[in-house]
Design a protein around this ligand. Structure first.
Ligand code: PXL
Length: 255
């Protein structure tokens, strides 16, 4: 029996991030992928130039229609952009009592372009974190969501504790953007687990998307969150080591 994972994320025509990267990650991890676009982006490897929202009722139909028919073993959310969509997703997850939700609270692109409308961070905190198994903010996102200025491991730990208080079962703060060593930190309410990786040269596009998609695939396959953390870290690092320079900007992970 195939395991099934769903991504609800923005479309990235480069395939380096967003929905397309999630689907490729699911496939590589042996999980059948479902996908619902939240928004469309116009972008290339140099950055995002435009964002198009779908009408709320159409977004709701896409989600309702799919979930009426197929029950995913795990699901993730990526770029959601609008607080309206956040509420719709939360409603559908509650309606279907869906489990194994991974929330990647995307706030900005790798190039720093804001990928949120007003009220998005608050909505994600209020409606999605309490339904989630894992949330995977990077350092910048964890800083914005908690108001903690994260400079290193202590800040990451403080932010993880605070983020868990918002209702997430497990928090993984990805530290690829830290100065010095690249360290990811997991907090499940009982203990901290850290994974350190060598810093790789270059600018990469979509690392957070690939990591959270790999965590989602692992949960669909029945791994524990800690096992998923280690496997997803490994998968992402390997894909970074052989990254592809498809365009003139950031490198795309080799999934
Ligand atoms: O890497 C964050 C991200 C997620 N999802 C979409 C994106 C980006 C960054 O550009 O475009 C659709």
């Amino acid at each position: 029996m195939h395991k099934i994972a769903l991504t609800i994320a923005g479309s990235d025509p480069t395939g380096g991030a967003g929905l397309q990267a999630d689907l490729r990650t699911f496939q590589r991890m042996g999980v059948y992928g479902l996908s619902i676009p939240s928004v469309l982006t116009a972008q290339n490897t140099e950055g995002v130039s435009n964002i198009l929202e779908l009408p709320n009722d159409f977004f709701s139909d896409q989600t309702g229609s799919l979930l009426k028919d197929i029950r995913p073993d795990a699901l993730k959310t990526g770029m959601l952009y609008s607080p309206d969509i956040v509420e719709i997703i939360a409603g559908k997850i509650r309606e279907g009592s869906l489990e194994n939700l991974v929330v990647d609270p995307i706030l900005a692109s790798s190039t720093g372009v804001e990928l949120v409308k007003e009220g998005l961070p608050e909505a994600v905190k209020k409606y999605l974190f309490p339904l989630s198994k894992v949330i995977t903010p990077n350092i910048n996102e964890a800083s914005v969501l908690t108001g903690i200025d994260i400079q290193g491991e202590t800040g990451m730990k403080d932010a993880a504790v605070k983020l868990r208080d918002y209702g997430a079962e497990t928090v993984i703060v990805t530290g690829g953007h830290l100065q010095g060593k690249a360290m990811d930190l997991l907090f499940d309410g009982e203990e901290f687990l850290t994974l350190e990786n060598e810093r790789l040269e270059g600018e990469f596009h979509g690392t957070g998307c690939v990591f959270s998609a790999a965590v989602t695939a692992c949960l669909a396959l029945g791994y524990s969150v800690k096992e998923a953390f280690v496997k997803a870290n490994d998968f992402t690092c390997n894909a970074m080591k052989t990254a592809i320079s498809a365009g003139s900007g950031m490198k795309i992970l080799n999934i």
